[in-house]
Design a protein. Structure first.
Length: 380
């Protein structure tokens, strides 16, 4: 992972985690607050129900003349206050405020009921309980533990999502880095040849045919690289489709590559007939130039290249190194190379494929390792 990818990865990860944890904190706080409020309300109703039961027992005992027996309730303290405000039953309660109906003091909840109405001399029933504080403590722990677990899951998901989202960028950066290296290598050969040929010509103070041929070949190689890169990056110039004879374009390309063919001792067998198609001249030349350039590049010396143009089709066959079957499906991808033989940076076949798709031509490739490659285009 290079510095750009790392920076993007950590930036995305930080932003995702920051926003996720803010949302998690808000959701946890809201859940705890709502559950806490619900428990307070439930606790109030439970204590009020106890106070009502005690008050009902007091009134019944008074009316029936029976002895009053205070019922015991779990996790609850109950005290009875008469007109003198002296506590009955549980005297351990402190700081009782009989003016309030319901209040919280620390972890203790206190409810004051006036339901007895003076029966048996009792005016107030006071109920105290610390059960809610225990429930609240358990609820808080559950929320914290759940939030920590969800936080861990969020971190794992964030890392996976960051890796998934940045994988295409990482792959594209790798492609660009390889492309720059390959382009530098491709440009180095013709530029070096030009410099050497120019230096030789200057030293000899005369221009022989071999020097001129090397300069011409190197210049054409540079122009082809420039044309391919310009087509990939700056193919915005509008050019109208015109009717032309594709056989003439092929013939011009064969003549254009004649010096390179001669240098590699390759022979072209060209069979043609009239082939009228509507296409821009630039794109027609891009098709044949890239296919013929590849055929020359990947052919062994002293071999043949077979080119045939019919009324609605074109085919080119070489006796080169061929392409492995498991690589055939990748050869039309940009920056993809089936092998490292003879250099190149993997854009030629991609350009041909994009042009044929644009004009809805049918493109087919057949190849056999160490035998050769045949490419057919049918002009629908």
């Amino acid at each position: 992972m290079n510095n750009i990818t790392k920076k993007s990865f950590y930036s995305f990860l930080t932003l995702y985690l920051f926003s996720s944890f803010i949302f998690l904190f808000m959701a946890s706080y809201w859940f705890y607050s709502s559950q806490n409020s619900m428990e307070i309300q439930n606790n109030y109703y439970k204590m009020n129900n106890i106070a009502d039961k005690v008050s009902s027992s007091i009134i019944n005992a008074h009316m029936m003349g029976d002895e009053f027996i205070l019922e015991k309730f779990p996790n609850t303290k109950i005290s009875l206050y008469g007109t003198s405000n002296n506590p009955w039953c549980d005297t351990s309660m402190k700081n009782i405020d009989l003016k309030k109906d319901y209040y919280i003091n620390g972890d203790t909840f206190t409810l004051v009921s006036r339901a007895p109405n003076g029966h048996l001399g009792i005016d107030h029933v006071v109920v105290q309980s610390d059960e809610f504080s225990k429930i609240s403590y358990q609820l808080r722990n559950k929320v914290i533990i759940t939030s920590i677990f969800i936080g861990i899951v969020i971190v794992i998901i964030a890392v996976l999502l960051s890796s998934m989202f940045l994988r295409p960028i990482k792959e594209k950066i790798q492609e660009i880095e390889e492309f720059v290296k390959d382009t530098t290598h491709e440009l180095n050969t013709p530029i070096t040849a030009l410099m050497m040929s120019t230096s030789r010509a200057k030293s000899k103070k005369e221009y022989d045919e071999k020097i001129i041929q090397n300069i011409s070949i190197s210049t054409k190689q540079l122009y082809d690289i420039y044309s391919s890169l310009s087509f990939l990056s700056f193919d915005t110039k509008h050019e109208d489709n015109i009717e032309l004879d594709f056989a003439n374009i092929v013939k011009e390309s064969v003549e254009y590559f004649d010096e390179l063919l001669s240098k590699k001792k390759l022979h072209v067998e060209f069979v043609s007939s009239t082939c009228k198609i509507k296409i821009t001249p630039t794109k027609a030349k891009m098709i044949i130039n890239n296919l013929l350039s590849n055929a020359i590049k990947y052919s062994l010396p002293n071999k043949k290249i077979y080119i045939e143009v019919q009324s609605n089709s074109f085919s080119i066959k070489d006796e080169g190194i061929g392409i492995a079957k498991d690589k055939l499906h990748t050869v039309f991808q940009r920056f993809s190379r089936a092998n490292s033989y003879a250099g190149g940076f993997g854009v030629g076949l991609n350009i041909v494929d994009s042009i044929t798709k644009e004009y809805k031509y049918t493109l087919n490739i057949e190849s056999q390792k160490n035998v050769g490659t045949t490419i057919n285009i049918k002009f629908n």
